[in-house]
Design a protein. Sequence first.
Length: 241
Amino acid sequence: MLPTVRSSKFRLIGKPFSQTFATGAGHLAHILAQHTKHVIASDLTSEMLLEAEKLSQKKDISNITFEEFDVHSIPHEDNKFDLVMSRIAPHHFYDINLAISEMVRVTKPSGQIFIEDTVSPNNKTASDLFNKIETLRDPSHKRDLSKIEWKEVLINSGCEILFVTKREKEWPLKWWTERMSTPKSNVMEILDLLEENYQDYKEKIKISLENSEYNNSDNFEDKVRSWKLIPNNIYLLAKKK
């Protein structure tokens, strides 16, 4: 888990200020807290911050401050943080360019920006299809960027790309939709999209028909069990110029 967070490419030890955005349950903040003097963990929802704070107390971590605010309008001064991070959250940001610009703004010159998120294919048609499927599964989804788009966003925000890699994930459709309580009508629409586009896009968006015998069934649950998506997570490390 989080292979690049523990990578030697990060200049962590002794750095005084780090920031995580859309911190969720705080797992990334807890890792950072072991290597930096102080971490600010932020999220838009007070419920998630409360859970993250409880977990910090349970782990006896005392060098994290929890703050509730929107990444699109960060209430901190320019050039404050040595390292800023956001993990598995940018696809929820309604204006990715604004959010990343804000993250870069509060980073010190030569400070680092780390992003991990699901990445869409570079092919635009395949990317649009992948994001349509994602939005059907989770209406809060805005957009998974492609590798090319991510590089453009970071460079346009005043960063130098230091490191980019991808890691393949596996999402059985049944698990993937159940974890978000996706309505049956949306799952049925996802199934239709997968079946219609399987031959043309199975390589571009990594659709796998795991159990073809189920797919021929008229039973809804059987059809759901037959599909698996194999997308990539992207890991980007950049430096503010």
